[in-house]
Design a protein around this ligand. Structure first.
Ligand code: AMP
Ligand code: MG
Length: 423
């Protein structure tokens, strides 16, 4: 929150900080001290706000619904007319959605009404058509109706002048519809976050080139592109940078000058970290951790100039796991989203044996299924190596095994976290 009061290196010198065994939750909390949301605002047409973050409260200029209307197809009448049980009333007109009945309903009368139709003056109750029998204009209603039933009051969903959506809300399909229902055509959203990323490694080739011995295609820039784009960030893909201190330094400078956030993959593991460490110490303030987790052990976080920096591990699965566990929430905060809650977890029955060593958190990749009786079961995707991207691709959830957990026996309950949302 306050970068002025506390520098990253000061905070990292705090007593309870151990860079060689950093618990996941502590690393997450550490990063969150330094996140300063973007302030730039854009006025956009409603549809263009999809996936963006509201930069203003949306105040309803109208009552929703705007008039008292029917929740059912049936007849509008005076509830008191049915207080004695079954009764026959005379139909005096119709009120359809968008075509109101302009008269007044007196005792002994009713008006044919459709869902959304304005409830006419005098009427206070709607009886659904399934509870009525029509013989011409004589309509007989079953007894046992409640006065006021099936009537939606004006302003019942939202009163004019009240806040429909708060600043910080991420605009999804439901919010687009809600804003449109208020007749609002243009809204203020925060400008998108600009995120620059590059891969480091002499072994990496971009697609479209032929692989030499010991070389592999760079996949991290593609997963990062996907995760960042899905989150609504503007991406700046800076390609593969060779393990050359001078080239990497230049890449860092360029990235930090052109983006709010810089993300790299590779180059933060033991052995490689040293020259990156000294370079980043020159360019900014960065801390390096060995997170007590698997996969995704090495992780760096800091500021280079005004840009936030996330140094992710090189292994393709580690990139995705650390992105979901550390970067995603941080980016949402930087995008202006509020409140940002961690993706919820829940419990499912694990059908396989899972190998797990205590002392770190594991994020195994799982397939969650629901049996016809509603029971949730989960099984791992197979080989769980941190280089096996197929284990992510086959998965629809993480199986999260906490620090204290050891091996998991079939039939045990485990914590899972879904990888996809629906709305
Ligand atoms: P590093 O963290 O740089 O030591 O990389 C760890 C492992 O991840 C090595 O096997 C690398 O070849 C692999 N790796 C690093 N970067 C990428 C990338 N961009 N795409 C695919 N694999 C990578
Ligand atoms: Mg490398």
């Amino acid at each position: 929150m306050n970068t002025t009061a506390l520098t990253i290196t000061q905070a990292s010198c705090a007593d309870d900080y151990d860079p060689n065994s950093m618990p996941v939750a502590k690393a997450r909390a550490f990063i969150h001290q330094f996140l300063d949301p973007v302030t730039g605002v854009l006025r956009v047409p409603v549809r263009s706000a999809l996936g963006r973050v509201l930069a203003e409260d949306i105040v309803s200029p109208v009552n929703v619904p705007s008039h008292r209307n029917s929740a059912m197809d049936g007849w509008a009448l005076r509830g008191a007319d049915l207080s004695g049980g079954e009764a026959t009333l005379t139909e005096i007109g119709v009120s359809f959605a968008g075509k109101p009945f302009s008269g007044k309903v007196a005792s002994g009368q009713c008006v044919r009404i459709m869902t959304g139709g304005v409830v006419p003056e005098g009427a206070d109750t709607v009886v659904m058509q399934e509870r009525a029998k029509a013989a011409g204009k004589s309509i007989t209603f079953a007894g046992g109706q409640k006065v006021g039933q099936n009537v939606r009051e004006a302003g019942e969903d939202l009163k004019s002048g009240s806040i429909a959506l708060r600043r910080g809300r991420i605009v999804r399909a439901a919010e687009l519809g809600l804003i449109a229902s208020l007749g609002i055509g243009e809204i203020s959203v925060y400008r998108p976050l600009r995120v620059a990323f590059f891969s480091t490694g002499d072994e990496l080739k971009s697609i479209g080139t032929t692989l030499g011995e010991g070389e592999i295609y760079d996949s991290n820039r593609y997963t990062l592109y996907g995760m960042l784009t899905r989150l609504g960030c503007d991406v700046l893909d800076m390609g593969v940078i060779r393990d050359d201190p001078e080239l990497i330094e230049r890449a860092f400078e360029k990235a930090a000058a052109s983006a709010d956030v810089v993300i790299t993959s590779g180059g933060v593991s033991v052995g490689e970290a040293d020259f990156v460490k000294s370079m980043l110490a020159k360019l900014g303030e960065v801390v390096f951790w060995k997170i007590a987790m698997k996969p995704g052990r090495p992780l760096a976080y800091g500021k280079i100039g005004s840009a936030h920096f996330f140094g992710l591990p090189g292994n393709p699965v580690s990139v995705m796991v650390t992105f979901y566990q550390f970067v995603r929430d941080a980016l949402l905060v930087l995008m202006g989203a509020h409140p940002v809650e961690p993706v919820p977890t829940f419990r499912a029955t694990c059908t396989s044996m899972l190998k797990k060593a205590p002392g770190r958190t594991e994020f195994q990749r799982g397939i969650l299924t629901q049996a016809p009786d509603g029971t949730l079961t989960v099984r791992p995707t197979g080989e769980q190596g941190s280089g096996i991207l197929k284990s992510m691709s086959d998965a629809n959830c993480f199986i999260i095994l906490g620090d204290d957990t050891g091996n998991v026996e079939p039939g045990a309950s485990v914590e899972v976290q879904l990888l996809e949302g629906v709305l």
